[in-house]
Ligand binder design. Sequence first.
Ligand code: ADP
Ligand code: MG
Length: 338
Amino acid sequence: RVAKEPPVIRRLNEAVVNRIAAGEVVQRPSAAVKELVENSLDAGSTSVSVSVKDGGLKLILVSDNGHGIRYEDLPILCERHTTSKLSAFEDLQTIKSMGFRGEALASMTYVGHVTVMTITEGQLHGYRVSYKDGVMENDPKPCAAVKGTQIMVENLFYNMIARRKTLQNSNDDYSKVVDLISRFAIHHTNVSFSCRKHGASRADVHTNVARSRLDAIRSVYGVSVARDLMEITASDDDPSRSVFKMDGYISNANYISKKTTMVLFINDRLVECNALKRAIEVVMQQLYLKHQSPLYICLLHFHLSILLNQESLVETIQSVVETMLMNCNTTRTFSTQV
Ligand code: ADP
Ligand code: MG
């Protein structure tokens, strides 16, 4: 066989490049909701409501009562790498907010239609403006507005036919969105959250500004679930290492569920960690019934400069949980014997 001539290498056009990159940042509707809610929290909101149509493919609407967006900032709001959360590289050490890459909103404008309504403190009216491919489609129009910002994303992935089809056929993202808002509600007890299908009068998640974490858990998972939880705390203030603090809840032997739920926040960021989830399941199954799955809510705080070694972290947490569950198991057996 004669070797073929190598094919010519060409540059993809910019629109395609931007769309591909955006599709990576926002992989599915629930990921867009997560970014929008994190922005609302960063804006100091005490109330965040989410409404979603067709699992987010038709519409995602996130409304908050945060500090709003300045009129002068609207032109570059949805450009890539524009952020108000990082002014110098050194800030990376002290950054407290959940975003600073300035990519989320921009990405949404490459794969959906984004409209922003916002008002800042002391203004008589707000502004409404739509974005496409990173830029404003028109000058911001004055509009009536209550405190804060509303961001609407319509027809997500309208220009990514294959992605849209896959998402339409798969179980829609609404349950993922509900789950996400539930998790935020448990962690951010000083913020009230709601989440509903667009047009529905009943919200599927609704929390008031809760007095305690347990109150928040009650309103998300129900009174009976909250009753079967034990508080769990641990800290490691070995000065040679950075400070590590854990507080949370774990279900006791009465809690019955087929699947494990783990709500994990590390330094106030909602994260997934399958290794930890697995490690907790192993402990539960050794101590409780074979197929009992735990509900585990864990809030971890680290000094920001800590180098996270996942394996040793998982082991530490696993042994804390194990010790605690073993202790309360003996108490229980003891008291029934008496
Ligand atoms: P990042 O959050 O990483 O800065 P985003 O693309 O998510 O990037 O947002 C860009 C900027 O838009 C933010 O830095 C913030 O200034 C502003 N912004 C976005 N959403 C809101 C909101 N709900 N309230 C106030 N400002 C917002
Ligand atoms: Mg953001």
